[in-house]
Design a protein around this ligand. Structure first.
Ligand code: ZN
Ligand code: ZN
Length: 424
């Protein structure tokens, strides 16, 4: 992976907060309008996961114009671009670039031009912030002002999901010390960033249980497998047993959404199904869930002499923020936004495929306030009416630049200047 050329060596002293703020102020004075225009262009041309061809081309065009060398991912959408100086520590920043299959209901000039597709999760904003960060570091690298390398990951298909796994398969986080990401949060006002150490989003998997056995007349349940009774036992016993076999702090919960068996009052059917979701905030519990559920299912099914099959469909792991990375986010936010820039954020039971990266390397996801003043909570993600206060773009650039620098300087201080592995 090539980045900008090294010119003028690496900096030896960490710049003070005032110096970084001044650099960002002068950079954003010239860039903010341009970034907003880019966001609106992407917003008007939303593309679904793995179909982000125009979006990828637009990002590549802008990065190339900034003197950088983006590398497309093997499946053709999404790209990775490294910028910085020397062989020092590597910090990755990730933006997702895909849109959602729902109609844009907003009455704005930059309304989606694609029927049934909209940037309703703010990934256009994440993408634009990363572009702003890329251009800033491209300028800084020219002057030898980056204390290491910043890898910018423009990830496809977060909503599908699968994009994070593709990035990892392509070597996208090889050699990376830490990874950071922002996600728009309409419950938080622009100018604030929500932070949380530990789990911030949940795992969400699907389970499908199919039960079979010899049916028959309801007068003679002892001569059949009483399948409806057995299925009802499975549906009530499994969540109850799980709650006693898994640490309650993992918040692992199995909730059924559908159950079906039989057709008439006096016949025991020979098959039935139950479907539900498993949500979980703890990585270890998430990994153990399929085997545990299979064992519990088998024990209940055996007791009632029915056959049970489990189809366990993995979603994404929980995103578990590493504390040191959250501390870096906090220091960075305070340095560019002041103490009032930091706020807490609740655990969400929603899923986010950023969790895949954090299974391999430390990092953190933060919530970027995007609500206009006084409008916190007025809009929600994944709704056709979702929009942001575009001042959040410049704020996001400030926060991500400062976070990357904080992590790079921290790595240098810790002596972690040896490359961990060969980047792709
Ligand atoms: Zn989303
Ligand atoms: Zn999202």
């Amino acid at each position: 992976m090539r980045g900008s050329e090294l010119r003028g060596g690496e900096p030896t002293d960490e710049p003070g907060t005032g110096e970084l703020r001044a650099q960002l102020d002068s950079y954003l004075t010239g860039q903010e309008d341009r970034l907003i225009a880019f966001r609106r262009d992407i917003h008007m041309h939303p593309e679904l996961g793995y179909a982000e061809h125009r979006t990828t081309a637009r990002i590549a065009e802008e990065l190339t114009a900034a003197g950088l060398s983006p590398v497309p991912l093997p499946k053709g959408t999404g790209l990775i671009c490294e910028v910085g100086c020397g062989d020092g520590p590597v910090v990755a920043l990730r933006a997702d670039i895909d849109a959602l299959p729902l109609a844009d209901e907003k009455d704005v000039p930059y309304h989606s031009t694609v029927p049934g597709v909209a940037h309703a999760c703010g990934h256009d904003v994440h993408t634009t912030i990363m572009l702003g960060v890329a251009r800033f570091f491209a300028q800084q690298a020219e002057a030898g002002q980056v204390p290491g390398r910043v890898r910018l990951i423009f990830q496809p298909a977060e909503e599908n999901p699968g994009g994070a796994l593709d990035v990892m398969a392509a070597g996208g986080i090889a050699g990376v010390d830490r990874i950071f990401a922002l996600h728009c949060d309409p419950r938080v006002e622009v100018g604030q960033v929500g932070l949380r150490a530990g789990p911030i989003t949940a795992a969400c998997d699907k389970v499908n249980v199919r039960v079979t056995g010899p049916g028959g007349h309801t007068a003679r349940p002892h001569l059949t497998a009483d399948l409806v009774y057995a299925l009802a036992k499975i549906v009530t016993e499994l969540p109850a047993a799980l709650s006693r076999r898994v640490d309650p702090r993992s918040s692992l919960s199995l909730v059924w959404g559908q159950i079906a068996a039989g057709s008439v009052a006096n016949a025991i059917p020979d098959d039935g199904v139950a479907q539900g979701t498993v949500r979980c905030l703890d990585d270890e519990a998430w990994h153990s869930a399929p085997d545990l559920m299979k064992a519990l299912l088998d024990s209940v099914a055996t007791a009632y002499d029915v056959k049970a099959e489990l189809d366990y469909v993995r979603g994404v792991p929980p995103t578990v923020n590493e504390k040191t990375s959250v501390d870096m986010f906090r220091a960075a936010v305070v340095s560019v936004l002041g103490d009032d820039g930091v706020t807490g954020t609740p655990q969400s039971l929603g899923g986010e495929d950023f969790g895949w990266y954090l299974e391999s390397i430390p990092g953190a996801l933060a919530r970027l306030g995007v609500a206009a003043p006084g409008m916190a909570g007025a809009y929600d993600l994944h709704r056709g009416t979702f929009d942001v206060d575009e001042h959040c773009i410049a704020i996001g650039v400030r926060v991500m630049v400062a976070t990357a620098l904080t992590a790079l300087w921290e790595s240098r201080r810790a002596g972690a200047t040896e490359p961990v592995g060969e980047p792709a």
